[in-house]
Structures are given as C-alpha cells and as structure tokens.
Design a protein around this ligand. Structure first.
Ligand SMILES: [Zn+2]
Ligand SMILES: [Zn+2]
Length: 237
C-alpha cells in the first residue's frame, strides 16, 4: 500500500459502524498502512458515544500490533457560527479533529451561510481536517473554502465513501473535482479518507485514487504519501 495512513474511520462506538478497535487495528496491519486514525462520531450524532468515551481515550495505547494509532473524533458542526458539539477542552484531549456537516446535526443554510460556517470552523485551532466537504446538500464557495483551509493549515478530505457511486452523497464527484481544481491552483494539500464504518474498508481509497489520477492531481499535494507532510497539519496548539 503506497498510502501510509487513513485518519477517517469509525468503530462500533459510533453507533452505526461495525468493528471494534482491535479489529480495526488488525485490518490496518493487513492493509499495510503505518498509521490508523480512529475518528468516531461526536455525541450530537444520534446513537454515537457519550462524551465520556472521548474523555477516556488516554487508556488506548498509541501503538498496537506495530501500527501507530491516533485517537481523534469526527466532530459535528452544529451552528452557522461554526460551533462544534465538542468544546475546546474536549478536543484538547484528543490527537486530532475532523469537523463535518451532517444533516441530523444541523440544517443546511444558504451557500453563504455554509461557507461562513466552515470558515469559522477552520479557525478553531483544534480542527485539522474538514470531512467530506463534497456534500452538495451543504453548498459552499469552494474557492473561499480552499483559501480558508490554506490560511488555517487545515486539510480538506477526498472522501472515498462520498465518491462511491452507491453512496448517498450525490454529485460528490463533481464537487470534489471543483475542490481539487482550487487545491491545485492554490497549492493546498488534500487528505484521502476512507470513512470506513467496517474494518475491511480501512484505507480503501479506490474512488479517490481514481479521481486524482484521472485529473492528474499532483502527487505531492496528497498528504497520505508522506508522514512529514501530515505533521504540518496536526497539533497546532
Ligand atoms: Zn458515520
Ligand atoms: Zn461524516
């Protein structure tokens, strides 16, 4: 596997995912990645874990079966002012944060409102990655989003689940193409994420890989190919 890590994955703690942490680690080892990030849904997602789940993550070793582990969260954007369902104190305890729009947690606003919300989210110093910015239910000005990501050292994700033709985020391919066009223009790296909800999907980047190859997106702007590239986007404070 040429990609070194996958930081968007869910365990049974998310409520609608199907593998345990140990099953995830074993699958990551089988896939040949070096680093696995666990990003269970934060508490505002119906059926996900209580906040105590995220307070107790220090008990998890950060190296299991020779796989480096990072324990983070996929936080929910819950207001158009960019508020998340996890406080800064909650996020400080975790290794990294993905922030995403999810329909059960916020009603989509206008293009202007969604763009403003995401720009505010990216100013949060604990946010490292924006999950599936391709969701066209939350229309956005992608040029502004890419510029905001660059300014705040945040990664935009190329989400494999969104790009799956059987997926529920329609038109994600078109949106991702547009995002990638601006990322290339402004020299802004992206991260491939599987959004695995079962262990066998870890590091499954098939649709994202096909798309970046098809449009000739520069390899040096894909952080999953280098641990060094990732470092610049992790812990900022
Ligand atoms: Zn989920
Ligand atoms: Zn998500």
């Amino acid at each position: 596997m040429k990609y070194l890590f996958d930081l968007h994955t869910h365990t049974i703690a998310s409520g609608h995912a199907y593998s345990t942490l140990q099953e995830m680690v074993s699958a990551a080892k089988d896939k040949g990645i070096k680093l696995l990030g666990i990003s269970d849904h934060a508490p505002a997602m119906p059926g996900s874990a209580y906040i105590y789940h995220f307070h107790n993550t220090r008990v998890i070793p950060r190296n299991m079966q020779d796989i480096k582990l990072m324990i983070g969260v996929e936080a929910n954007i819950i207001s158009h002012n960019g508020k998340l369902d996890m406080s800064k104190e909650d996020l400080r305890n975790l290794d990294y944060t993905i922030a995403s729009f999810h329909p059960p947690c916020i009603k989509a606003g206008s293009k202007k409102e969604n763009t403003k919300a995401l720009l505010r989210v990216m100013e949060n110093p604990y946010v490292n990655i924006i999950g599936h910015p391709d969701d066209v239910r939350f229309t956005m000005d992608y040029e502004e989003i890419v510029l905001g990501a660059k300014e705040n050292k945040v990664l935009l994700e190329v989400n494999n689940a969104s790009l799956n033709p059987k997926g529920f985020r329609v038109d994600a391919v078109k949106a991702t193409r547009e995002i990638l066009k601006f990322c290339e223009k402004y020299d802004q790296p992206v991260i491939l994420g599987s959004d695995a909800h079962i262990s066998c999907d870890i590091a499954n980047f098939c649709y994202g890989e096909k798309l970046v190859e098809e449009i000739g997106f520069p390899q040096e702007l894909i952080v999953n190919l280098s641990m060094e590239r990732l470092k610049g986007f992790m812990k900022k404070i």
